[in-house]
Design a protein around this ligand. Structure first.
Ligand SMILES: [Zn+2]
Ligand SMILES: [Zn+2]
Length: 186
């Protein structure tokens, strides 16, 4: 049995983790295990930006995967943070993943309505988190961005784009996904 491991990094609402862990298997056919949380990623803080380096956290997630005692049962690992992420060239990112690799990362920070000065909307936050989780995991299964604005692999640089797209892989992404996913017999 292969699992997608979910790694909370710093403080992350357990209800969000649970929801994401329950939704992913409906779209990717792998069940999820929530790992014990690791501490705040102070090593990734970029003082000039006031944000966290997405690449540094991704590396930490990969280290965690490699140190995993039973790594054979770990197909992918998805880190979840509630801190704002950046890259050297982008002002922010909702997430990052290794294309065709093991590790993915999403940030909840800009998925909260409160971030935009709006009243909290927990169901909307959960929907956005699932879409971003599936999107980044899609990259780890080798999928690149899709031009279909309804497909979960559509590139989002705003919550508006996230809300417009569905939580589903379009037909062509689904085909690619089934070709790229390793065959599991158990
Ligand atoms: Zn992407
Ligand atoms: Zn697609």
């Amino acid at each position: 049995m292969k699992w997608i491991y979910i790694l909370p990094i710093g403080l992350v609402n357990p209800a969000t983790l649970k929801y994401v862990a329950e939704e992913i298997p409906l779209k990717l056919n792998y069940r999820c295990k929530i790992m014990e949380s690791i501490g705040e990623p102070s090593y990734a803080f970029e003082p000039k930006r006031g944000q966290y380096s997405s690449a540094k956290i991704l590396r930490e997630i990969l280290n965690k995967a490699q140190a995993h005692p039973v790594s054979e049962d770990l197909i992918k690992i998805l880190g979840i943070v509630d801190l704002d992420l950046c890259t050297p060239i982008l002002t922010f990112v909702f997430g990052e993943a290794q294309l065709g690799g093991k590790a993915a990362l999403i940030s909840l920070r800009r998925l909260h309505q409160e971030y935009y000065g709006l009243p909290p909307n927990p169901p909307l936050l959960l929907k956005r988190a699932v879409k971003e989780a599936l999107h980044e995991l899609g990259h780890t299964f080798g999928l690149t961005h899709c031009l279909d604005p309804k497909c979960v692999m559509y590139f989002s640089n705003s919550v508006k784009n996230i809300d417009t797209k569905s939580d589903k892989f379009c037909d062509s992404c689904s085909i690619l996904l089934s070709e790229k996913k390793p065959k599991v017999t158990e």
